[in-house]
Each structure stands twice: as structure tokens, then as C-alpha cells.
Design a protein around this ligand. Structure first.
Ligand code: B1M
Length: 230
């Protein structure tokens, strides 16, 4: 337990202070503290999505800035990522718990050479929460892995994530492989990740750029509605 936590009674903090504390503990890589704060925020009636975006993602944004500026290094960022994942694990069953029948299917993975998976997992959770079946291929996925999953699962969507400017071009390789194997028209390709934008998605001939998890869900729902002629 952190020194701060010894003095802090979470129940006594205002909501903004609780979220700020969550950010501080995430930054410091204190997984147990982050878990306690996530539970406390849920107890106060925040939705899982609000805790995710206003607490965990906001905290990780600060980590990203200090990583970029050379204030934090890989080991510290890994600790922060572990703390983030501990918080996400609490929210996952809540976000994924929709009793509704499945509305569509998505295969998703982070592209070859890239091991960032927090954002991709968040997209997977939100899609599950919106009633989609999700086959999560993990990280460092080469074209063959995506193609095999498409052949096996026949998804409506292929989701690809990249967090590095050096790995995002691999999405084009996957799309070319889909074309070569006559699979391109079988799936709607959704791409996302911090360095991407709509122009890049258009250049590589993806179907849609999804800025974040909420936009991914919105986009997928629209595509399914069009498919079903709604
Ligand atoms: Co990395 N890293 N990292 N890192 N890391 C970034 C991406 C970086 C921007 C940091 C920085 O310099 N500010 C920088 C990339 C620079 C660039 O390419 N322009 C960087 C670097 C350089 C590196 C290494 C090369 C560092 C090194 O080794 N010297 C190395 C590369 C390793 C590799 O992949 N081969 C590396 C390693 C790592 C860690 C392992 C330490 C760790 C990853 C742990 C993990 O994921 N399990 C890590 C982390 C945590 C980050 C930052 C700090 C945070 C990323 C994150 O999880 N954000 C990141 C800084 C940043 O992004 N600001 C950084 C929170 C997450 C919720 O947001 O992932 O953007 P995000 O996902 C969003 C949207 O982008 C979108 O929706 C999500 C939710 O709303 N989205 C999708 C994402 N995927 C989608 C897929 C979709 C749709 C939407 O499909 C349909």
C-alpha cells in the first residue's frame, strides 16, 4: 500500500479527488490501490464506462505524456500498464455483461511488431458490452493469423490496432492479403490506435477509422443496421 493510501480514506474523498487519486496510483503502478479506487468509484454509482474513461484512461494519458517527455521509462510504464489492467479486469465483466443476443461478430488484434494491447482490449470489452461476439487475437498478429481467424470465425468485422507509427503500415499488408485471398469483401475492416487518422484509414482502404472504443461500437452498430436493411 502506498504512503498516501495509508493516510487516505477513499470514502472521504470527493469524486474528483477519488479519480485524481486513481490517476496518481496508476501513474505509480500501484495496482492494489487502483483496484480499491475502481471499486469505490463503482460504489458511488459511476458507470463502468465513466470509471474507465474518466479514471483509468485519463490516468494513462498522463503516463503517455511523461513517457514521451523522457520523465518515465519502459519499466515504469509497464507498471502503470499492469495497474491499468488490474482496474480494467474489475470493469470487464460489467462492460461485457449484456444479456442480449449477439448482434454481430468481430475478430480483433494488434498488428505485427506491436505489443500495445490496452486500447485494443478496451475496444473488445466495449464491443462485448454492446452485444457483439469478440474473438481477441492478442498482440503481434501477422496477416496469416488474421486471415485464419476470418476463415474460422466468419466475422462481420476485422478490427486492427496499432500504437506505433512503425507498425501502422502493416495494416495495409493485411488488407492486401485479404484481397489476395478473396476475403476482402467478407469483412468490414475497422482500424484504430493513437497514431492513426481517417486519412490514413482511407489511404490503406480500410472501411472505417475508429477514434476510440465508443466510436468503434457506434460504427459497428451502424454497419450492422445497414447490413440488415434497418
Ligand atoms: Co508504448 N509507446 N512503447 N508502451 N506506450 C506509445 C504508443 C508512445 C506514443 C509513447 C510516447 O512516446 N508518448 C510511443 C509511440 C511513438 C510513435 O510511434 N509515434 C511508444 C513507444 C515509442 C514504445 C516503445 C518503442 C518504447 C521502447 O521500447 N523504447 C515500445 C514498443 C513496444 C512494441 O510494441 N514493440 C513501447 C512499449 C510500451 C509498454 C510495453 C511499456 C506499454 C504497453 C503495455 C501494454 O499495452 N500492455 C506502453 C504504453 C502503455 C504506452 C502508452 C504510454 C499508453 C498506451 C495506452 O495503453 N493508452 C503510449 C502513449 C500514448 O498512447 N499516449 C505509448 C491507453 C489506451 C486506452 O489508449 O491505446 O490509444 P489507446 O486506445 C484507444 C484508441 O487509440 C482506440 O480506442 C482505444 C480506447 O478508446 N483504439 C482503437 C486503439 N486500438 C483500436 C483498435 C480499433 C479501434 C479503436 O479497432 C477497431
Amino acid at each position: 500500500m502506498s504512503d498516501d493510501q495509508n493516510e487516505i480514506n477513499l470514502a472521504e474523498l470527493s469524486l474528483p479527488d477519488l479519480l485524481q487519486q486513481m490517476g496518481y496510483d496508476l501513474y505509480d503502478g500501484f495496482a492494489a490501490e487502483v483496484e480499491a479506487e475502481v471499486h469505490e468509484a463503482l460504489r458511488r454509482g459511476m458507470s463502468a464506462y465513466e470509471v474507465m474513461t474518466q479514471g483509468l484512461v485519463a490516468g494513462m494519458d498522463v503516463v503517455g505524456v511523461d513517457f514521451r517527455d523522457g520523465i518515465l521509462f519502459v519499466p515504469e510504464v509497464l507498471m502503470a500498464a499492469k495497474a491499468m489492467k488490474a482496474g480494467m479486469a474489475i470493469l470487464q465483466p460489467i462492460l461485457a455483461d449484456t444479456g442480449a443476443p449477439k448482434v454481430g461478430k468481430m475478430v480483433i488484434g494488434t498488428v505485427k511488431g506491436d505489443i500495445h494491447d490496452i486500447g485494443k482490449n478496451l475496444v473488445a470489452m466495449m464491443m462485448e458490452g454492446a452485444g457483439f461476439e469478440v474473438i481477441n487475437l492478442g498482440v503481434n498478429c501477422d496477416a496469416e493469423k488474421y486471415l485464419n481467424a476470418i476463415r474460422e470465425h466468419h466475422p462481420d468485422f476485422l478490427g486492427m490496432s496499432a500504437l506505433l507509427t512503425t507498425t501502422m503500415p502493416y495494416m495495409k499488408v493485411v488488407i492486401q492479403a485479404l484481397k489476395d485471398q478473396n476475403l476482402r469483401d467478407k469483412v468490414t475492416v475497422l482500424v484504430g490506435g493513437a497514431p492513426l487518422n481517417a486519412e490514413f484509414a482511407e489511404d490503406i482502404e480500410a472501411d472505417h477509422y475508429c477514434r476510440d472504443a465508443a466510436v468503434t461500437v457506434e460504427t459497428a452498430k451502424k454497419v450492422i443496421a445497414i447490413k440488415k436493411g434497418l
